[in-house]
Design a protein around this ligand. Sequence first.
Ligand SMILES: *Cc1c(COP(=O)(O)O)cnc(C)c1O
Length: 428
Amino acid sequence: MTKNEFLMKEYGISKELVDFIDECEKEAEPYYKRAEDIASLNQMRVMKAFANNRISEMHFAETTGYGYDDLGRDTLDKVYAELFGCEDALVRHSFISGTHTLSTMLFGVLRPDDTLLAVTGKPYDTLEEVIGIAGERGNGSLADFGVKYEQIELGNDGMPDLTAIENRLKKSFVKACLIQRSKGYAVRPSYTAEQVGEVARFIKSVSPDTVVLVDNCYGEFVCECEPTAVGADLCAGSLIKNAGGGLALTGGYIAGRKDLVELCAYRLTSVGIGKECGASLGFNRSMYQGLFMAPHTVLQAIKAAILCSVVYMKLGFSVLPEPSDIRGDIIQAVTFGKAEGVIAFCKGIQNGAPVDSFVTPEPWDMPGYSDQVIMAAGAFVQGASIEFSADGPIKPPYTAYMQGGLTYESARLGIVMSVKILKESGVI
Ligand SMILES: *Cc1c(COP(=O)(O)O)cnc(C)c1O
């Protein structure tokens, strides 16, 4: 039996749809090549960092209690620092999510009366309460501690508005600028590491003492380098996204300038203790192996995103990025223009997941988000969005965001299923 015969017989996919997907895949293939070259480079960079740090069985040993002299933990920080082209890193399973990691970075660096300037428009939804733009007073947000916040909207082209940034930086001292690399729930381009670096270097050229912080979620290993290698001071991300390679069970990382990483470590653990403590409890092995897998896993996700982009562009929807665009992250946005489109798409993605394929996702009021959100995720690690997943807020322009896929083959099935459900529900 061929794969198309299986799709038709076992998944009830029409001949017309299997042929359409084959045709889309042919069109996508030249773009896969570019991503494959980047993955090969990043894989070698990981291998070299492992070799340079002489990674061996002893780094996977577990520690308990205070976790003094945890060689695996301390060396993993060095491996990350090498890969991120920076001085130091803080890679910990005890970061509970990307938001926690980013919150630790912001609280680590900012002090009362400092100003935080978001230079890529409103930051990711869950950071609103951390900063204190949303939520109550008295809850311990940055605003509560007297950290001022300003933001600069993106230009019409979706890129940072350098003139507005320069004018603001010249007005009075800004302690830190925040750059969000990935589009999040916005319809704008995600930025490559080099584009983030360009903005960082520009900020430094106007105000050398301003610290440049990057929300690097979903961006790791998509480009040839990371933002800290080309001008950013710190970047942070989640290990259940790209950098964990699908194997890390939880965690996050902060990488960058040594003095700033130490301040973040003081915030995560305790002032004075910082990076010296924190038992790894046996999590080191999956964090190392996940990092080893990460360039390849990210490639699977990017190939899935490119295929999705070709499929939905040919079906007449607006897609971002388009198949030929250079990518800065693993996210593929498809704009349906109506709620039913987002809902049907997510249902299809869910049907094509390895875990919970029988579940029907529904829009709900998710903590930390202001609009109703629908999420399709059938993951081995709860909520891991390096695994094949899709989500979207139920609000105009009704855009669904698809990301991840531990294997291209499984994600391909999910994309086929999404088209099937959209057809069945009459959206297309
Ligand atoms: C996922 C994400 C976050 C938050 O990460 P969580 O793990 O969901 O808390 C922050 N910023 C961006 C751009 C993200 O994609």
